[in-house]
Write a protein that binds this ligand. Structure first.
Ligand SMILES: C[S@@+](CC[C@H](N)C(=O)[O-])C[C@H]1O[C@@H](n2cnc3c(N)ncnc32)[C@H](O)[C@@H]1O
Length: 222
């Protein structure tokens, strides 16, 4: 199995624990260090590799399963990333990924962040596009069969929307980058962003958890 954009190795380590032979690939060396530590702690062997989903360093048809948990969606060229994930997958193999629907918390957070940033260059895809089943179906096209969609919920513990906001400012790359830059360039604008973000998060906060619903896509390569 290949875990694309594996980050700290959550899926890769889980799959290895269940008996899969796993390779985890990510762009960020610091996260791969954490992934190595996590797999050591779990007592499983995984091949960790630094690399870009748009240029996977593997032969064609090298894997039975290719997955990405909230990872490949960050590649600026969606078509290139998907073509690579399908190239390294065997015919009959499974591709699966989880993504953020644009109309729910994380998708709406991407839209809020975008409203504070210059527009992306033409042709650059954005993460929440992957949360729309119509877009996913179009992108996968005739290269796969047996497409199945599902939805699930990630519950994130938090004491208040403000706690969650401060947690994501430290841990979620795009939010951290925006906050860092506004803190220097425009503190009043940062205060407005924080107010808007907390109001958004409040809609999903209940009983000390934040509800993050996501889309799951699974398909078989033809
Ligand atoms: C939200 S994290 C998800 C990490 C992991 N899959 C998880 O579920 O915990 C997104 C990951 O995508 C990685 N990433 C972003 N662009 C990438 C690219 N072009 N190729 C490979 N990894 C990439 C980041 O380094 C980061 O680890």
């Amino acid at each position: 199995m290949l875990d694309v954009a594996c980050g700290t190795g959550v899926v890769a380590t889980t799959a290895a624990r269940l008996g899969a032979r796993v390779t985890g690939l990510d762009l960020t060396p610091e996260l791969l260090d954490r992934a190595r530590e996590n797999s050591r702690t779990a007592g499983v062997e995984i091949d960790w590799l630094e690399g870009d989903v748009e240029k996977l360093p593997f032969d064609d048809a090298a894997f039975d399963v290719v997955i990405s948990q909230f990872g490949h969606i960050f590649a600026p060229r969606a078509e290139v990333a998907l073509a690579e994930m399908l190239r390294v997958l065997k015919p009959g193999g499974t591709i699966a990924f989880s993504t953020w629907p644009p109309e729910l918390l994380v998708g709406r957070t991407f839209a809020l962040l975008a409203s504070y940033l210059p527009p992306p260059p033409p042709g650059v895809s954005t993460p929440p596009e992957w949360g729309d089943p119509t877009v996913v179906r179009e992108r996968l096209g005739a290269r796969v069969g047996d497409i199945a969609f599902d939805r699930a919920t990630m519950l994130v513990p938090a004491l208040s929307p403000k706690h969650y906001r401060s947690f994501t400012e430290r841990t979620a790359g795009p939010t951290a980058k925006l906050v860092e830059s506004l803190a220097v360039s425009n503190p009043p604008k940062l205060a407005t962003f924080r107010r808007e973000y907390e109001a958004l998060v409040a809609e999903y906060f209940e009983d000390n958890v934040i509800r993050q619903d996501y889309l799951i896509t699974r398909a078989k390569k033809i």
